[in-house]
Ligand binder design. Sequence first.
Ligand SMILES: Nc1ncnc2c1ncn2[C@@H]1O[C@H](COP(=O)(O)OP(=O)(O)OP(=O)(O)O)[C@@H](O)[C@H]1O
Ligand SMILES: [Mg+2]
Length: 238
Amino acid sequence: MDIFRLEDVHLTRGTTEVLRGVGWCVPESRISVILGPSGSGKTSLLRLLNRLDEPTSGRLYYRCALIDSHDVPCLRKEVGMVFQRPELFDGTVRDNILFGAEIHNIRIDIEEILRLVALDPRMLDRDTATLSEGEAQKVSVGRSIAVAPRVLLLDEPTSGLDPTATLQIESLVRHLVDALGLTCVFVTHLIDQAKRIGDSAIILIDGQKVEEGPVAEVLTCPGDPRTLRFMRGELTNE
Ligand SMILES: Nc1ncnc2c1ncn2[C@@H]1O[C@H](COP(=O)(O)OP(=O)(O)OP(=O)(O)O)[C@@H](O)[C@H]1O
Ligand SMILES: [Mg+2]
């Protein structure tokens, strides 16, 4: 089943047409990558998927119903978001992970959450201000999955991390998909990361979807001349 379906989605910000006629089906229990240069509309597209923004025109479905027919708090419980920089609040790792679960009145096994995100249970009482960036990002993921979402949206979640922490987050995301059947939409501008993590990918350039398919196929047989220029580092939106 497709978890999201977009038909001819446009988004205008001020006088800029940020997304231009995007159509896309996002399959369940897979990692779908949104790849593209800076300013191409990746974050803008991701934000539509849990109603942080609304399309200017076009149709966007979540689980077969128009996304705006879903109540925002319920939708955001099912569709979690992990941002580029870990956004933790003051307090301990435990406080952060319990936060959403308490709001939604969900009982969780907090040690199991820590195990899923590959953090030592002894970290539960650590103040979040003392965490490394990689540890903080794992806590962000843990906080998102604590409310048992169906979907995780990840916006360049490794951009502040070193190669080791990057690989840890990537394998954690893969594990969540394989073990829990989560659906992930993973934004990156890194071609190698898209190859490592993606089951399929779309490439966005200047607000338009220019490629779609299995990652290897999209990158080896691009259909749009701009894709090759993007891959060679010769194309930006700036
Ligand atoms: N609130 C806004 N008002 C006007 N323009 C905006 C606004 N938000 C985004 N844009 C423009 O929309 C375009 C797409 O932005 P977006 O943040 O989606 O790109 P991106 O692909 O995520 O880039 P990056 O890789 O740098 O994060 C950019 O040209 C940006 O300047
Ligand atoms: Mg972005």
